[in-house]
Design a protein around this ligand. Structure first.
Ligand SMILES: Cc1ncc(C[n+]2csc(CCOP(=O)(O)OP(=O)(O)O)c2C)c(N)n1
Length: 633
């Protein structure tokens, strides 16, 4: 096996040409076999095998800097940079991260997980190099999906004007997770339709077979530096937008042709300006099931498909996921209220909104990886009388914070935010944890914050949110709840919690699906025979407005209030309760259980919950200690 001889990029550079192709095949096999077991971003990685090999051939890593956008496509890079032995541990607790991480390897120049940051980071590195008198090459690799994010344009705008030499490789596979959207995507398809360009350096003087002429290129022809270049296709119809932005554009080139990519990168390295190399790749390349269906092979779950033929393993009959319940709720509500519209930022499947899109295509908007735009756009829709629902994961909504404040809250517009993946997200790691939304939202005036304790509460909460004349946000976790309880659900009333069990001594105020933990702890204590001192269990439902009346009532006849949340303790739901208790001088101690002020690394959701005491056993033991009764676990 050639791959076993590769410990660093220097080993790639030493390979004979024919061994490169064998290495590519071996890497693809590793990717398929490992993702079949561990899950992960299979199709994006299959699509960048030759591109990564070419980058490792041309660049002097880690002295040169290679920045991957999103960095979900860095598995090949990891295999080639001394992490092959640990590759089987990817996305497992204590194993390799599924993303680029500065703490994991000196070859990971920049960490990521969220999209559209690479050009900014690479430009920063290029300018730092210029200031410090360095000579390293800096490269950003960005997908056409990530190029729909506004941050990428801010960076291109800045980079073109700065003139600092660095290379942006645009990895264009026509796909975001779902098919890419927007006019830039349509524009790229025009560039893509041009014949492949070839670049070859000859005896000290560059010869470019083809560079379409844009304004900047025209100017460059006069310059001594580019005087030796030969431009063809002067009849090029599409002006090259990147040229107009101050980049030299090279492409499109075949991203699966290693030699061509190597030549293009070497040529790009010689420029004294920012260069954009447009590379065409096929998402899922080399594994037919993923080529055929790159959307579902973009990210696969652990043990979710059979590697020999790509067939999906049928999952055991599980509860419906929150994302599916949300999709159904949107359709049910949309049938009744024609003002309801749904917005996703490139996550139609993950949020469950694609169902609504199929039912009401004209009321469904996929705006690309553009969360800030999604929120301001929703504010515009709301200002014109529609009832927009923004379905954006908790972690990605962080990017739209000023739009939430400035465009929604300040203007008192009734936009509803449905935040999936709120809480622990498991194997994606710290970039994706949904642990901050209560903290970043609850300081905002007149916003309502809710969390359903189980799937059945989601639709009533969404209906309630849409009945308000002000902004509202609903958070719910990845996957499903463990809600075993078949009690009736009290109707949702603004700012009112629901008492699930009446008890004494300790009152547990649980937010969202942590009610499962509280009810299970209650059952454990009951089994222990403590019927006289069982705790009160409250389904908080609202983090804002809090049910102050109930907190005051509980403070009168309980000794301890325990708050539970799958969220950062700092600024979270428990902090809101503690502030209320303090502000109103209530005579009750508050203990908060949630996530400490630390980065949560990738692992299973269950292990993450265990780590922070968010388990029935841990809670029952805690309550048992307070009421003086040990719990058998
Ligand atoms: C800010 C943000 N929003 C959403 C996502 C979810 N996401 C991860 S990868 C991806 C698609 C990226 O497409 P592209 O850049 O073309 O890379 P490809 O997977 O096609 O190689 C999306 C939407 C994200 N990572 N960051």
């Amino acid at each position: 096996m050639i791959v076993e001889k590769i410990e660093s990029p220097a080993d790639v550079r030493r390979l004979d040409r024919e061994d490169i192709d064998r290495l590519a095949a071996e890497i693809r096999e590793m990717l398929v076999q490992t993702c079949a077991v561990n899950g992960g971003h299979l199709a994006p990685n299959l699509g960048v095998v030759e591109l990564t090999l070419a980058l490792h051939t041309v660049l002097d890593l880690p002295n040169d800097k290679l920045v991957w956008d999103v960095s979900h496509q860095t598995y090949v890079h990891k295999i080639l940079t001394g992490r092959r032995d640990r590759f089987a541990s990817i996305r497992k607790g204590g194993g390799l991260s599924g993303f680029s991480m500065r703490s994991e390897s000196p070859y990971d120049a920049f960490g990521a997980g969220h999209a559209s940051t690479s050009v900014s980071a690479a430009l920063g590195m290029a300018q730092a190099r210029d200031l410090m008198g360095g000579s390293e090459t800096v490269v950003a690799v960005i997908g056409d999906g990530a190029l729909t994010g506004g941050l990428a344009y801010e960076a291109l705008n800045n980079a073109g004007a700065s003139g600092s030499p660095f290379i942006v490789v645009l990895n264009d596979n026509e796909m975001s997770i779902a098919p890419n959207v927007g006019s830039i995507a349509a524009y790229l398809s025009v560039l893509r339709s041009k014949p492949f360009a070839k670049f070859a350096r000859k005896t000290g003087k560059m010869v470019l077979d083809r560079i379409p002429l844009g304004g900047a290129a025209k100017k460059a022809i006069e310059s001594a530096e580019l005087g030796a270049m030969r431009f063809i296709s002067p009849t090029e119809k599409a002006a090259v937008i990147f040229e107009e932005l101050g980049f030299r554009y090279m492409g499109p080139i075949d991203g699966h042709n290693y030699d061509v990519v190597v030549d293009a990168l070497r040529t790009a390295q010689d420029f004294k300006h920012p260069v954009l190399v447009h590379v065409r790749t096929i998402k899922g390349k080399g594994y037919e099931p993923a080529e055929r269906d790159s959307r579902s092979f973009h990210g696969v779950g652990a043990n979710a498909f059979e590697p020999s033929d790509g067939s999906k393993k049928s999952a055991p009959a599980a509860r419906p996921k929150f994302q599916d319940v949300f999709g159904d709720a949107m359709i049910a509500i949309g049938e009744k209220d024609h003002r309801v519209v749904g917005i996703t930022a490139a996550m139609p499947d993950g949020t469950g909104l694609s169902k609504f899109g199929k039912r009401f295509p004209e009321r469904y908007f996929d705006v690309g990886i553009a969360e800030a735009h999604a929120v301001c756009f929703a504010a515009g829709l709301a200002a014109s009388g529609l009832r927009p629902v923004c379905a954006i994961y908790s972690t990605f909504l962080q990017r739209a914070y000023d739009q939430i404040v400035h465009d929604v809250v300040v203007q008192e517009l009734p936009v509803v935010f449905c935040m999936d993946r709120a809480g622990f997200v498991g194997d994606d790691g710290p970039t994706h944890m949904g642990l901050y939304d209560v903290a970043y939202l609850r300081t905002l005036p007149n916003i309502t914050l809710m969390a359903p304790r189980c799937e059945a509460e989601l639709q009533p909460m969404l209906e309630h949110a849409l009945s308000l004349a002000a902004p509202a946000a609903i958070r719910y976790p990845r996957g499903s709840s463990n809600c075993a309880d078949d009690m009736e659900h009290a109707p949702i009333v603004q700012g009112k919690a629901e008492v699930l069990r009446r008890g004494t001594g300790v009152a547990v105020f649980a937010y969202g699906t942590t009610c499962d933990i509280a009810l299970a702890a209650h059952a454990l204590l009951k089994v222990g025979g403590n019927t006289s001192s069982l705790p009160t269990i409250v389904n908080a439902r609202f983090a804002k407005p809090l049910d102050g009346d109930l907190i005051e009532e509980l403070a009168r006849d309980h000794d301890l209030l325990i708050t539970l949340e799958e969220h950062s303790l700092d600024g979270g739901f428990g902090s809101a309760v503690a502030e209320f208790v303090s502000d109103n001088c209530l005579p009750i101690a508050v203990e908060r259980i949630g996530v400490g002020n630390t980065l949560v690394q990738h692992d299973s959701q269950d292990k993450q919950r265990l780590l922070f005491g968010l388990t029935p056993q841990s809670l029952a033991e805690r309550i048992g200690r307070v009421v003086g009764i040990p719990v058998a676990v």
